[in-house]
Structures are given as structure tokens and as C-alpha cells.
Design a binder for this molecule. Structure first.
Ligand SMILES: *Cc1c(COP(=O)(O)O)cnc(C)c1O
Length: 394
């Protein structure tokens, strides 16, 4: 059976061209970029080429890009590094309730170390309201961190406006753009960001490499003490192959970001329309248009998300859910709760995230198989049988 991968928000497959660009750095090109002989100079040139590729992709200057080990590290660095560097000025941070755990847990950790954090609520679509940001600002606010686009429901946040509000009050603005880079056009200078996090494995580079953009002149603490790598801000010999892979992948992903987004959005809309048309009692989560071009998230009433994932897996389809029973937690996704879904509705949610390897045929196969799976699960569901639409089994 041919398998269909529709969990590209969790991770993406490395593109063949990316792997090809990386391979020499596991072979002949093994020099340490900090050395001065030719082996080292070769590596250094590749390192700086990759840095330029990342910079170009997001409208930054080359010396504003720092390589990290992942998106999580970039978020940790941006938030903790800003907090401690500006602690003399204030101790207040503003973020949203729907951030990735890389941001939320970092903020919670800072609360144990003398900082106060405001977690802004979102509306039913998952939008942070700029007026809430404005109202939360105090003279102690040093940082506002709001994600560019949400990884579960795909909502694209009004980050430019939020950045303007932060700056008007003398605070810095960071955005976790891990899901957005390569999906929507981004220009950090025009958009007024002070920091931006990105990650390789969400854009067809391998897992375990990321980057942080830090605007020139913005003071952020050193991330990792050590050698002079990354302009002295993150010691440790560079992960050359991974960094080269990130450079290649981000260049490919941002070559024609709008054309690429249009293609994915077409598949996305075919999937959304198909699900809404063939399955009763389904609600689309997130905003219909102000969403990532590859994100579909629906709540399917009267069923349990994890049961659905297992059935989909048996049918060869990889997807994700806002339910997390098997992962040791009974609480559904904090994002789905934050947009106001009741627990039982959040538990029945399904996230399908498209990628460059998906075809129209993949979408049609999912649309063919999903309604039958839902029907079978509902037939077994006590919730469904109590509802009006249910058939009472004797
Ligand atoms: C995946 C993801 C991260 C974490 O990135 P890693 O490279 O896996 O550490 C952070 N934020 C968002 C929005 C993500 O989707």
C-alpha cells in the first residue's frame, strides 16, 4: 500500500537536492571553518554561503543570522537572552496562549526566575488582538513574542501590527516563524522584527538545525559560552552538513514563495471543501483564508482524535490530532482550548498538513477514505448514539 504523508507541520521530508548539497560535508569537506588553511577555508565559505541564503530568504543581512540546533533553541535564546539582557529595564514579557511549547515553557521557566509573563487570549479563529497587546503593555515590558503562524490551526497572526505596538512602548519584538518561513513571504526589516526563529526540518532540511535572526544593534545575551563561533554568541563547532542543508532548503523554499503557496492552498481548499461536504458535524478550526497554505484542521464531532489517527494509519495516511491521550496527557491541545472548543470537540480534531510532495491524488485518496472511517467510529461512539444524528444500537 502506498502511504500518504500529511503531517508536514510535524516535520518534512528532506529534498533530494538538499541531501545532495549536504553529502560532501560528511565526506571530503571536513575542515573546521575556524581554521585558516584550505580545508577550513572551504568549510568557512560554505558556512557563510548558507548564512547568506538564510538572510536572503527572510530579508535580513548576513551578519544578523545565527545558526542553532533547532527552532526550540532559537526560541529559548531569543526569549531568555532578551529577558536577561534587559532585566535592568524591566521584567515583563507578553506572549500568547497559543504559542508552541518552545515559547510557552520558556516563558513559564522565566516566571520562576523573577519575570512576569502575560499570556494573551485569542479569538475564535486564533487571532491575537492587537488592542489586547496594547492594553497589556507596561513600563516594565521588555519583550513581546507572538508566533507568525500557528502550527496547529494555521492562523497567521497580525505580527507587523503587534511589532509596531511593542516598539511604540520601547519593547522588543520576537516572532516564532518556524511554520511560516517558506510558506508566506517574510521580510524581517520591512516587517519590523527584532528577532525571528526558524527551523530546518519544517522546510525540507533535516532535523536538528535552525537559525535565529537578531536585528543589528539588538542586545541579546550570549546563548552558549565557548569559542568565537557565531560571532561569539554561540560557541561550538558548526554543524556544517546540517547548516548547508538548511541554506539549500530555505533558498529553494523561498525562490517563488507566492507561487508555491498558491499551489498548496489549492490542495488545502480542495481538502477542506471535500471534508466539509462529505462529513456531517464537522467544524473548520482557524480562519478560512488568513491561514497557512498547507494547513487543514477540523473538529469532527462525536469521535476521538487518536482513534481516528490509528484508523487513518491503517489506511496508510499519516496525520495529527489535537488529542493527546496516548502521549500521556488527557488534556487536549492548549491551542484548541484557547479558541474556545469544549474538551470533547477538541479531542475529535484532525490536522492534515500538506507539503511539496503531496499531490491532488493524495487529497482525493484522503477524501475517499476519511468519511468511511468517521462513520465507523461514530457507529461505535456513545456520544454519537446519544446525539440526534445517532442510530440507537440495540
Ligand atoms: C516545530 C516548531 C518549533 C520547534 O522547532 P524544532 O526545530 O522542532 O525544535 C517551534 N515552533 C513552532 C511553531 C514549530 O512548529
Amino acid at each position: 500500500m502506498e502511504r500518504i504523508y500529511m503531517d508536514n507541520a510535524a516535520t518534512t521530508r528532506v529534498k533530494p537536492e538538499v541531501l545532495e548539497a549536504m553529502l560532501p560535508f560528511y565526506g571530503d569537506v571536513y575542515g573546521n571553518p575556524s581554521t585558516i588553511y584550505s580545508f577550513g577555508r572551504e568549510a568557512k565559505a560554505a558556512l557563510e554561503r548558507a548564512r547568506q541564503q538564510v538572510a536572503t530568504a527572510i530579508g535580513a543581512d548576513k551578519d544578523e543570522i545565527y545558526f542553532t540546533s533547532c527552532g526550540t533553541e532559537s526560541d529559548n535564546w531569543a526569549i531568555k537572552g532578551t529577558a536577561f539582557a534587559h532585566a535592568a529595564k524591566g521584567n515583563h514579557i507578553i506572549t500568547s496562549a497559543i504559542e508552541h511549547h518552545a515559547v510557552l515553557h520558556t516563558c513559564q521557566w522565566l516566571e520562576k526566575h523573577g519575570f512576569t509573563v502575560t499570556y494573551l487570549p485569542v479569538d475564535e479563529f486564533g487571532f491575537v488582538r492587537p488592542q489586547d497587546v496594547e492594553a497589556a503593555m507596561t513600563d516594565k515590558t521588555i519583550l513581546v513574542t507572538v508566533m507568525f503562524a500557528n502550527n496547529e490551526i494555521g492562523t497567521i497572526e497580525p505580527v507587523e501590527e503587534i511589532a509596531r505596538i511593542a516598539h511604540a512602548h520601547g519593547a522588543l519584538f520576537h516572532t516564532d516563524a518556524v511554520q511560516a518561513v517558506g510558506a508566506v513571504p517574510i521580510d524581517v526589516h520591512k516587517m519590523g522584527f527584532d528577532m525571528l526563529s526558524l527551523s530546518g526540518h519544517k522546510l525540507y532540511a533535516p532535523k536538528g538545525v535552525g537559525a535565529l535572526y537578531i536585528k543589528k544593534g539588538v542586545r541579546v545575551d550570549i546563548n552558549q559560552q565557548g569559542g568565537a563561533q557565531e560571532r561569539g554568541k554561540r560557541g561550538g563547532t558548526e554543524n556544517m552538513a546540517q547548516i548547508v542543508g538548511l541554506g539549500k532548503a530555505i533558498a529553494m523554499a523561498t525562490e517563488d514563495v507566492e507561487g508555491h503557496a498558491k499551489k498548496l492552498a489549492k490542495l488545502r481548499d480542495r481538502l477542506i471543501d471535500g471534508i466539509l461536504a462529505t462529513i456531517p458535524d464537522v467544524k473548520l478550526n482557524g480562519h478560512r483564508t488568513q491561514r497557512l497554505p498547507n494547513n487543514v484542521n477540523v473538529s469532527i464531532r462525536y469521535i476521538e482524535g487518536e482513534a481516528m489517527l490509528l484508523r487513518l494509519d491503517l489506511a496508510g495516511i499519516a496525520a495529527s490530532s489535537g488529542s493527546a491521550c496516548t502521549s500521556g496527557s488527557l488534556d487536549p491541545s492548549h491551542v484548541l482550548l484557547a479558541i474556545g472548543l469544549p474538551h470533547e470537540v477538541a479531542h475529535g480534531s484532525l490536522r492534515l498538513t500538506l507539503g511539496d510532495f503531496n499531490t491532488e491524488q493524495d487529497v482525493d485518496t484522503v477524501l475517499e477514505k476519511l468519511p468511511g472511517i468517521v462513520e465507523k467510529l461514530r457507529a461505535m461512539s456513545p456520544l454519537f448514539n446519544q446525539s440526534e444524528g445517532g442510530v440507537t444500537l440495540v
